[in-house]
Design a protein. Sequence first.
Length: 219
Amino acid sequence: MIVFCDFDGTISKRDVGNSFLHHFSNGAADQVVRAWQEGRINSRECLLQECDLAKATEEELTKFFSNELLDPHFPHLVKLLRENEIPLIVLSDGLDFYIQILFEKYGLEGIEFYSNHLEIAGDRLIPHFPHYEDGCGECGNCKLHHFQRLYPQLKPRIYIGDGLSDKHVAELADVLFAKGDLARICNQEGIDYQPYNDFGDVVRAIAGMLGMGKIHLGL
C-alpha cells in the first residue's frame, strides 16, 4: 500500500496556514479566505493575496510556528509505516516553511512532502508555486497530480484529509479517511470514506489492514 496525507488541519492540530496569515495580517486575510471558500478565486490567488496582506520576519514566523502542534498520534502512524516499509507522502496546498519546522520539532525529518514554497524577504512573504502548472489551475499545488504520478504500482492507495483541497484526490483513493469539510463533501457527493477523529483512529485501521490489529500500538 501507499499512504498520502494532507497537512493543515489533518497532521497539524489546526490549519497553520490560515492561522499565521490571520495573525500577521491582523485579520485582513480572512476576507480572502472567504472568497476562496466561495469559489470566487483559486487557492493560488488566495495565497498570493493573503501573503501580500501579511508582514512578518523569518524570526517572527519561526517563533510562531514553533508553538504549533501536530496530532499526537501522527508519529505513531509514521512509525507503523516505516516499520512496514510503506511509503508516506504528505501533500499540502500550504507552505513548506512551517511544514519543515513542525516535522523537525517532532523529530520527523525525512518525510517526503510536496507543497508551495515560501520566500521571506525582510518582512515580505512571497509564495511560489512549483507544481501549479501540473494541475488544472484550481489549486496552487495539485494534489491529484502527485497522487497519480507517485508509485502508481502500489495498491491500495490510501488518502487522509479534511479540507476542500482534498476533494479531487478523494474521488480516486482506494481507501479514504475524511473529517471536516472533506467529510461534508463526501456526504454530499456520495463518496465512500472512513470517518476519523484523530490519527489514533487511522493507525488502528491501517494496522488492521496489515493484520496487526492485536499488537500494542502505543496509543
